[in-house]
Ligand binder design. Sequence first.
Ligand code: ZN
Length: 321
Amino acid sequence: MPLLNPPGEPNPRIKADEIVEILRRAVEREAPGSRTVAPAPGPVPAKRGWLESCANPDCRTGWMQLWRGRTAPVFEGGWSCSPGCTEARVRAAVQREGRGRTESLRPHRHRIPLGLLMLEKGWITAEQLKSALASQRQHKAGKLGSWLMRQEGIGEDLVTRAVALQWSCPVLPVGGHHPAALTPLVPRLFVDAFGALPLRRSAGRLLYLGFESRLDPVLALAVERMTGFKVECGVVADSEFSQAHERALRARYPSVELVEAMSPEAAVRVLARAIEKAKPVDAKLVRVHDLLWLRLFRKAGEGAAPEIGSVEDLLCTIAGQ
Ligand SMILES: [Zn+2]
């Protein structure tokens, strides 16, 4: 390789473009893949990192400083150049999720009470309804449907159909239920505490979520936003639900961290720190009732159907909310 400036002798023959070429070769020989030339290859798409602009709209980092080969983390499809910028983007997402909260707190009211609906359909008599209601009142326990089945001998299929009519949703069968194929889609807590039962998924990106007697449209919407699957909710007959639910709870789920933050700002810091630490290839935040659900994706290109080990969940509650 010719020297740029041999001692005591200027080298007028070397032109600017040759200098660039010489420097490039020198850098490659000394440190292949050196950050001066290109970002270190990571598990993320090659376009990330250098010359891609930071996703924080208020980023103050100049473009020269973006040449640092920082390829992750990515949050909601956008790369952020520094921990400060990650935090700013998480803050915007937490505020966005907070705005939808009041809507989800409104209690759902059925148009027609279960007993009345079954009476209208001719599935029970007025006497059976009165008797079941009296027992429910007296014992201060149990669902009306259970009393109708246990005391009045009404078939479970009729009660399940009536619940489905109340919610205008289908009755979902549990046959061929394989929890292991579905558990990467939701944290275990959703199955355990919210009683959502992922039943099956179709190639057309449709996920069937079963519930026992009360649907949870807020949860369904959150799963839809997080996974990209269209979620179809339905009711499952009581007797089938409990077995399938137990089976689902025995399956393996993505690892999860539960955090209680003292304020929305504390939540922002916790979530941003988790993103900075994991350096995910993507991450998403959605609200489910009082929980902020942050999902960290460790592998690119898996999208809606991740492997169980490639996603991590963080569930954050905010004190006083
Ligand atoms: Zn930035």
